[in-house]
Design a binder for this molecule. Sequence first.
Ligand code: MG
Length: 302
Amino acid sequence: MLSLAYATCFQALRETREQLLMDTKWPIGVFASIDAGLGVRLEVARELGVHTVHLHTPHAPSRTPQRAAEFNQRLADLGIKITCVFAGFEGESYADIPTVQRTVGLMPRATRAARTVELKEIADFARQLGVDVVGMHLGFVPHEKTDPDYRDLLDITRAVCDHCRGNGQAMHLETGQEPVDVLVQFLDDVERDNLFVNFDPANMILYGAGEPIPALEKLGARVHSIHCKDATWSDKPGETWGCEVPLGDGDVNFDSFVKTLNKIGYTGPLTIEREIPQEPERQKAEIGRAIDLLQRLKQKYK
Ligand code: MG
């Protein structure tokens, strides 16, 4: 009887702690995957003490109501909440900037129609997971409004936003593949109030798209989710990749980043992204150090 009371009490305390961690301003998150894409495994997220994740969308055969129910049970067991499902497509490659332009998101014409259909299916799968945010890289948005691809991309993005609205979801576009002014113009032109920004400061540097902190300030209240990732500039910005590095070792300046998040009123998860899934032990250790750094900055600015 005593052990039952203890177990009940322990469970209640655990649930209270989980709730507190979920409710706190700037809960720490991590980019994660189940069977496809980048990021750490869910068990690693749990080992790191992280309770929120951005989930890279699983392969198409896994996107079924039955698998969603299984994932939801697993997430409940691990005490993890998905705050964003990130779309990804077969055939995408981030090998170098020209390859990204050719293969990523909805810009490649050859796959545009099929990927638009699939993106809506991913949104429906996210709904089955109880997730109200779908994130993605659109690809390189053309800089000129007169470009036929720009107009086509506007129409597609409106259709996807409207589909997400029907699911009670928002759409978050990830930054980096275009300068902030191009992104702001595009967001305004789409004219949908469930379209926001997932701000990734390292991408601004990796793609040579501009200084991240002024871009974050400019986007302000449009930023509804973020990736905490660091990088160093290329010696040919926009032509060749910069280099992704552990959080705090790059050119983002995370002190200034967190300070600016506070300034623009962002209170959502700080979702760490470290894209070295081929080195899981190093990835886990570096994310652990990133958590320590972010916890210190949270204390400083919250
Ligand atoms: Mg990112």
